[in-house]
Design a binder for this molecule. Structure first.
Ligand code: DX5
Ligand code: ZN
Length: 232
C-alpha cells in the first residue's frame, strides 16, 4: 500500500461481538472502515486478556483492507514471528514493553510487517527521534491501554503536535488510540494524526444485523476530523 496522510478510520474489534468477528469485520469494512485494528493484550503488560496468533490468523481472510495489530504484550520479541505469520500488515509494539525497542522494531520489519511504535500516555518523545528510520507508524495512546470505552486524555494533543513536527516528510503515520469520538477526533486531526482508532464510538448502536449505525459513526468521526484538518 502506498503512503498517504489522508484521514483513516480504524475500528477496534475490541468493541465487536466476540462470537461473530468474521461478520463484524465485513460489516465495518462495508460501512467505510479503512483499516481493522486488533488489540492483543496479555494480562501482564496490561490488565486484560484478549487474543493470540491463532485468532489473528482466523481473522485474516475476513480483512480486505489492512490488519493493524496492536501488541500490548511483554515480552514481545518471542511472538513477532507468530503474529507476522498470522497475517498482520502492521505490527505495533510498545516502547515500554522492552528495554530494546530498536531491536524489536527491526525484527518486525524483518518479519515482513510494517513496524509501529506505541507510546503510553506517560511516555515522552525523547527516544523517538532515534527510531524514525525504523518505523512506519507511531501510535499515541490517548487512554491508558487495556480497555475500551475510557475517556480521552487531552494532554496527548501536544504530543501529537510535537511528533508531527519531528516526523517532517518521512512516511510515518501518526495513529491515535483511545477515547476517539466525533468530539475528540478534530483535536488530533488538526494536530497531525492520520489514523484514528475507535472502538466504542464506531460499534455503538449497531450490530451485524443492523450495521448502518457503524457507517453513521465512522462518517461522523471522519467528517469531524476532515473539517478540522481543512481549518488547521
Ligand atoms: C485500548 C485499545 C484501544 C481500544 C479503544 O487499550 O488499544 O484500541 O479498543 O477503544 P475506545 O475507542 O472505546 O476507547
Ligand atoms: Zn489499540
Amino acid at each position: 500500500m502506498t503512503f498517504d496522510r489522508s484521514i483513516k478510520i480504524a475500528p477496534s474489534i475490541l468493541s465487536a461481538d466476540f462470537a461473530d468477528f468474521g461478520r463484524e469485520i465485513a460489516a465495518i469494512e462495508a460501512q467505510g472502515a479503512d483499516w481493522v485494528h486488533v488489540d492483543v493484550m496479555d494480562g501482564h503488560f496490561v490488565p486484560n486478556l484478549t487474543f493470540g496468533p491463532p485468532l489473528v490468523a482466523a481473522l485474516r481472510p475476513h480483512v480486505t483492507t489492512r490488519m493493524d495489530v496492536h501488541l500490548m504484550i511483554a515480552p514481545v520479541d518471542p511472538y513477532i514471528a507468530a503474529f507476522a505469520a498470522a497475517g498482520a500488515d502492521v505490527l505495533t509494539a510498545h516502547m515500554e514493553a522492552t528495554p530494546h525497542i530498536h531491536r524489536t522494531l527491526q525484527a518486525i520489519r524483518a518479519a515482513g510487517c510494517k513496524a509501529g511504535l506505541a507510546l503510553n500516555p506517560g511516555t515522552g518523545l525523547d527516544g523517538v527521534a532515534y527510531l524514525l528510520d525504523e518505523i512506519d507508524l507511531v501510535c499515541v495512546m490517548t487512554v491508558n491501554p487495556g480497555f475500551g470505552g475510557q475517556s480521552f486524555l487531552e494532554a496527548q494533543v501536544a504530543k501529537v503536535t510535537a511528533l508531527r513536527e519531528m516526523i517532517g516528510d518521512r512516511p510515518v503515520h501518526i495513529e491515535i488510540d483511545g477515547g476517539i469520538t466525533p468530539a475528540t477526533a478534530p483535536l488530533m486531526a488538526a494536530a497531525g494524526a492520520d489514523v484514528l482508532v475507535a472502538g466504542s464510538a464506531v460499534f455503538k448502536g449497531g450490530s451485524v444485523a443492523t450495521p448502518a449505525p457503524y457507517g453513521d459513526n465512522i462518517r461522523a468521526i471522519r467528517d469531524a476530523a476532515e473539517d478540522a484538518r481543512r481549518a488547521a
